[in-house]
Write a protein that binds this ligand. Structure first.
Ligand SMILES: Cc1ncc(COP(=O)(O)O)c(C=O)c1O
Length: 398
């Protein structure tokens, strides 16, 4: 039985109708760029998150770019992030002219390793004014952890390190709208665990638009105004430009569709988690747990329902070359799978100028060789999950 990696047509009943109604509403009122749908969506996201200031953006990438510009990060500055991720995080640091500094990931969770972050920070030198400089002479301005696949980085440790070095944390929350993090004073939604963050509404995200869309989020009202200004070519008053921003505006059609889908998000996230539980049981029954590693749930003991929302279900196929063999066998069996991410960013051609080489960030490199994402989307059927597990068993025994 073929199993798709992702299928946008398998929504719960009522979603299509809600999306169509939203689209017709926009065609009726004709507020195509920003406008009331965007404002309402921003308020609804703020309510969903339980706080913060939400600024609708043309994509997750643009949201990050706008945050970096608004934070004044540019040439002479440096930002620390991890290389096992989607390109956007590092590319935005490069695009504002700052230095990208990489630290490694935790092998079990694929997420930023606080130990590695601390080690990288320990190599910084103190400037006369108390700031911290990289070996290239650039000043540390932010730390950017990436909450991959549906759960959060160890933000307690990362926020502590950032405070010690006097810099803000920018959460890449592209994949975690709805994830709860166990904060000191109770649960906090991902995106609000640090000073600023951003989400992506790329169509395959847990909350997906009908094109590109994103959201910047921050705690500080004045900073939110700066981000709004950057979003619209640095204008507050039309044709008067305070700063050089860009066209990072969210359009009314995307906002209206996202508004229609937002009420379904909690249910979809719960279904993703149920699918993950079915996978775990199926892999255990199939006796595969010595050949594959299941996704870690670092905050399972918190008791929070939404500590993981399984944007992706990413396993490791253990043993040199085994992952690629499993991937091609699944391809032959018409079972969807994907590699997120095949080449860590420090080894990308465009970042060769940074001077990293193979072996510098071993856990990220290993993750790129071993990881395999399996279908997890909400419309996936239980028999399809068992088919995937059987398919992997077949691949590993051939
Ligand atoms: C981890 C991560 N960061 C950043 C992005 C960029 O978001 P967008 O595609 O909306 O620009 C994505 C999504 O594709 C992502 O998964």
């Amino acid at each position: 039985m073929p199993v798709p990696l992702f299928d946008l047509s398998r929504f719960d009943e009522g979603v299509d109708a809600a999306m169509q109604e939203a689209a017709l509403r926009v065609l009726g009122h004709r507020n195509y760029i920003l406008g009331p749908e965007v404002t309402a969506f921003e308020q609804e996201v703020e309510k969903f998150l339980g706080g913060g200031h939400a600024i609708g953006m043309s994509s997750g990438t643009d949201a990050l770019l706008a945050l970096l510009i608004a934070a004044g990060i540019g040439p002479g500055d440096a930002v620390i992030t991890t290389p096992y991720t989607f390109f956007a995080t590092a590319s935005c640091i490069h695009r504002v002219g700052a230095e990208i500094v990489f630290c490694d990931i935790e092998p079990s969770s694929f997420l930023m390793s606080p130990e590695s972050l601390r080690e990288v920070c320990s190599k910084l030198t103190r400037d006369v004014d108390g700031g911290f400089l990289t070996a290239k002479g650039n000043r540390l301005k932010a730390i950017m952890p990436i909450h991959l696949f549906g759960t959060c980085c160890d933000m307690k440790a990362i926020n502590t390190i950032a405070a010690e070095y006097g810099v803000p944390v920018i959460e890449d929350a592209a994949q975690v709208l709805g994830t709860d993090y166990p904060g000191e004073a109770g649960p906090i939604k991902a995106g609000l665990i640090s000073e600023m963050s951003y989400f992506s509404f790329y169509p395959s995200k847990n909350l997906g638009a009908i094109g590109d869309a994103g959201m910047a989020v921050c705690r500080d009202a004045d900073f939110a105004e700066k981000v709004r200004c950057v979003r619209n070519h640095g204008m507050e008053e039309r044709y008067f430009h305070k700063v050089v921003g860009g066209n990072f505006r969210l359009d009314g059609m995307q906002a209206a569709v996202l508004r229609a889908k937002l009420p379904f998000l909690d249910g979809w996230n719960a279904t993703r988690r149920a699918n993950a539980a079915t996978y775990k049981e199926a892999f255990s029954k199939a006796g595969l747990l010595d050949q594959i590693a299941l996704p870690a749930e670092p905050f399972a003991s918190s008791g929070l329902r939404d500590h993981h929302i399984y944007h992706q279900f990413v396993i490791r196929v253990l043993g040199e070359g085994k992952r690629d063999a499993v991937q091609s066998s699944l391809g032959e069996q018409k079972i969807g799978c994907a590699i997120y991410y095949p080449v860590p960013l420090h080894l990308q051609e465009c970042f060769a100028y940074l001077g990293y080489k193979l072996g510098d960030l071993p856990e990220s490199e290993k993750a790129a060789r071993e990881s395999l994402a399996l279908p997890i989307f909400p419309g996936l059927r239980t028999e399809e999950i068992h088919e995937v597990a059987e398919g992997i068993k077949k691949a590993l025994s051939s």
